[in-house]
Design a protein around this ligand. Structure first.
Ligand SMILES: C[S@@+](CC[C@H](N)C(=O)[O-])C[C@H]1O[C@@H](n2cnc3c(N)ncnc32)[C@H](O)[C@@H]1O
Length: 342
């Protein structure tokens, strides 16, 4: 403990903890503690309520004490900061809207944290005169960078649903932009490929992959011209398909949905444009991903969007995800959000 270095600022969204997971949640691993991202615990207030239920009122005293002693990061694993203590304090910090919090870490962990270089990213930013990023960058040098979508609500909800099921899967992020979700899924153990047709965005994604040392692959191409290496267990298409459905491929939205279906074995995480019902109907009908679960609405870039997951009926992963959905998401969110948008 003497070697602890005080007051290292770290991004809340990279904090992970060993938490118990119920045996039937994950058919692929044994029951027992699993490494769970704090974001996986969902919207932070849900986490706080969960802690209150679990600890029956003792949470206040404990967390107050925890606030006096910053959380301790015990190790770094796959660009995740694994907490040794202070889980409640970290959750409450996130609930309070903090994006970065003070932690303590050993010299060794601190050295590894500092070894994450942003030299390549800085070069890309200089060359492209980039001023605004779509999503946050988890490195101190870019802590104050302007972002179009600073919120982590999508990541929170996806990771809460996916939990430990991601380990060992193959994934595809369609319209990945700077690779925010690609990297997040890679941290959860999904072997990720990100595609985007904009080389400017991909140069940032690739530089970040180097910073985070995550080895995600990125391919610069249009979705309809992408040559996949096999099938993907999960795919992601956040705020992107509406461009293809209604602007780029106006005469062939069915072919776009069909393409998503052929690329996706089990589940497709999706966020809409401003015609969610039309997008849902296209995906359910033409991608064969006919089961839809709403994960709520989001409010990025000034728009209200539908956000959810499509499942291919009957596969082992879709069954596991459907079971987790029942458990992890309160009843209110299971109502069709699309209906409320009308
Ligand atoms: C609104 S951004 C969403 C970025 C990311 N999915 C997210 O939600 O954080 C849409 C992204 O899709 C990409 N895109 C649009 N049409 C595409 C296409 N036909 N093929 C590949 N990428 C595309 C754009 O370049 C852009 O980076």
């Amino acid at each position: 403990m003497e070697s602890l270095i005080k007051k290292r600022l770290v991004p809340v969204d990279l904090l992970y903890a060993d938490l118990p997971e119920a045996a039937n949640d994950n058919p692929t691993t044994n029951a027992g503690p699993v490494l769970v991202p704090l974001v996986a615990l969902g919207e932070p207030m849900d986490r706080v309520r969960h802690l209150q239920d679990t600890w029956k009122g003792r949470v206040q005293a404990r967390t107050q004490a925890a606030f006096h002693a910053p959380p301790v990061v015990g190790s770094i694993s796959r660009d995740r900061l694994v907490l040794e203590s202070g889980v409640a304090a970290a959750c409450l910090a996130k609930a309070a809207g903090k994006k970065w919090i003070k932690t303590r870490m050993s010299e060794e962990v601190s050295r590894r944290w500092d070894a994450r270089s942003v030299d390549r990213l800085k070069r890309v930013v200089r060359q492209t005169s980039r001023k605004v990023f779509y999503n946050p960058i988890f490195h101190a040098a870019f802590r104050r960078a302007r972002t179009s979508r600073p919120e982590s609500i999508r990541l929170d909800r996806i990771t809460r649903l996916l939990g430990p099921l991601g380990e060992g899967l193959r994934g595809l992020d369609i319209g990945c932009n700077m690779g925010y979700m690609t990297h997040a899924f890679q941290r959860l153990g999904v072997d990720m490929t990100g595609i985007d047709f904009d080389p400017y965005h991909l140069s940032v994604a690739e530089a970040l992959s180097e910073t985070y040392q995550l080895n995600s692959r990125f391919v610069c191409c249009h979705l309809q011209r992408f040559e996949p290496e096999g099938e993907y267990d999960v795919s992601i298409g956040l705020s992107v398909l509406y461009h293809l459905f209604f602007n780029q491929e106006q005469r062939q939205p069915e072919a776009v949905a069909n393409r998503v279906g052929r690329l996706t074995r089990h589940a497709f995480f999706w966020e809409s444009g401003d015609q969610p019902e039309k997008e849902i109907a296209l995906i359910r009908t033409h991608a064969g991903l006919s089961e839809y679960r709403s994960l709520g609405v989001t409010h990025g870039t000034g728009k209200t969007r539908e956000f959810g997951v499509f499942l291919r009926p009957g596969t082992w992963l879709s069954k596991a995800l459907a079971a987790r959905y029942e458990k992890q998401f309160p009843r209110a969110r299971q109502r069709s959000v699309v209906a409320r948008l009308k």
